[in-house]
Design a protein around this ligand. Structure first.
Ligand code: DNO
Length: 391
């Protein structure tokens, strides 16, 4: 697989010079300063592409070309927003950038409750704590009947937390769940937005009446509308699975398991309609057999995210080392079945002097560099084994 790296543009403190030195081949990026729903101009795309190429790298994948909320919930602006999306795809196609990652998660992209959960070796990682999340849902958002989504035992723990949590911790939880993890990936709420909770509730209210079937219908509507332009430029669309892969905040989720993915790939059967195989997102449900899913969907994947999570019996999960058995198996499957795909390591730990650099959560330098080195080693061994078998 091609070794790619998510880079957040010229403002990223991790520079292309640094990436060149650590063996990165392709860049995964986006025009992050263009507001969701607006057209990406051809000149801007070409300018960024030339900049990347001036370092001897290539722009391999767009992550993400964001899908506006009105397309997801089927609002009255949908047609215009899809037209804009098609225009952005046309411009990307003209510039020769042909792999586009996106997601169809309502309101909120990936969710974590702790961004620097300490590990015994002095590094820290990302963490999802179900009770903290339930507290956010029931006591901060005060979503109507939210308690129904949790067991009585979980609600008892939420009450205990409510007795001890400080105002500062509450603020930090809000910041983590809906601000810090969202702003830098073109999410709905950005650092500095006033009244994020009010804004977030407004966003949630747009999904009243939008159940799983409606969201599925809206996704197929969107994909059917963009497929002709993808066909013209041979652009591969790759949906990112829902992270975490289960229902949250009463919102429907439609890319969570093998059944969902099979449904989506059949509903729009064109081979350009494919998947970002994010082993990390899929592994956060203990029901998912991730290597088995890799076997099933390697042929329809256009992009791979390598990371893995460990799930506890009470539904918490955290990012674990990239050097683990399941991930080795996933790498083996992709090296056998679809070896030319771009892959990036995702969500490295915070380590060494990553901590004071202000990197985006999950996107440390040393943590990801270590993960890339581990993955590179695994790939080399596996490629060697595959070649030996062929001889
Ligand atoms: C988080 C990322 C996601 C991903 C988008 C793709 O770290 O994996 O934000 O980029 O969901 O659209």
């Amino acid at each position: 697989m091609e070794k790619t790296w998510r880079w957040f543009g010229r403002k990223d403190k991790i520079t292309l010079d640094m990436l060149k030195q650590i063996g990165v081949e392709g860049i995964v990026t986006a025009l992050h300063d263009i507001p969701n729903g607006e057209v990406w101009p051809l000149e801007r795309i070409e300018e960024l592409k030339a900049y990347i190429e001036s370092f001897g790298l290539r722009w391999s994948v767009v992550e993400s070309l964001p899908v506006s909320e009105a397309i997801k919930y089927g609002g009255k602006d949908r047609e215009r927003l899809i037209e804009n999306y098609i225009q952005s795809l046309t411009n990307l196609g003209r510039a020769g950038i042909k792999i586009v990652c996106y997601n169809f998660m309502p309101v909120i992209d990936w969710i974590r409750t702790d961004l620097d959960y300490p590990l015994s070796d002095g590094t820290s990682t990302l963490y999802f704590d179900k009770i903290k999340f339930a507290y956010f849902d029931c006591c901060i958002l005060q979503r109507v009947e939210a308690y129904k989504d949790y067991t009585p035992q979980e609600m008892a723990q939420v009450s205990l937390l409510a007795e001890v949590i400080t105002d500062e911790q509450k603020q930090q939880l809000i910041d983590t769940i809906i601000v810090k993890t969202q702003g830098f990936i073109n999410g709905n709420i950005k650092e500095g937005d006033q009244h994020p909770i009010t804004l977030f509730k407004q966003l949630l209210s747009q999904y009243e009446g939008v159940n799983r079937e409606v969201l599925r219908y809206n996704l197929v509507f969107f994909l059917s509308a963009i497929m002709p332009i993808c066909q013209e430029f041979q652009i591969k669309m790759c949906i990112h699975p829902d992270d975490p892969p289960f229902q949250v905040l009463g919102l429907p989720r439609i890319v969570t398991n093998a059944e969902d993915i099979a449904w989506l790939l059949n509903a729009v059967g064109h081979p350009l309609n494919g998947l970002t195989f994010c082993a990390g997102s899929l592994s956060a449900s203990s029901q998912n057999n991730v290597p088995a899913m890799a076997r099933l969907f390697a042929g329809r994947s256009h992009f791979v995210h390598l990371r893995y999570t460990g799930v506890t019996s009470d539904g918490n999960f955290m990012e674990v080392s990239h050097l683990n058995k399941q991930l080795i198996e996933v790498i083996r499957i992709f090296e056998e079945e679809n070896p030319n795909l771009p892959m990036r390591v995702d969500h490295g730990r915070m380590m060494l002097d990553d901590c004071d650099k202000g990197y985006n959560p999950g996107y440390s330098f040393h943590g990801r560099m270590l993960a890339l080195a581990q993955v590179e080693g695994m790939m080399a061994v596996i490629q060697g084994e595959i070649n030996n078998l062929k001889e």
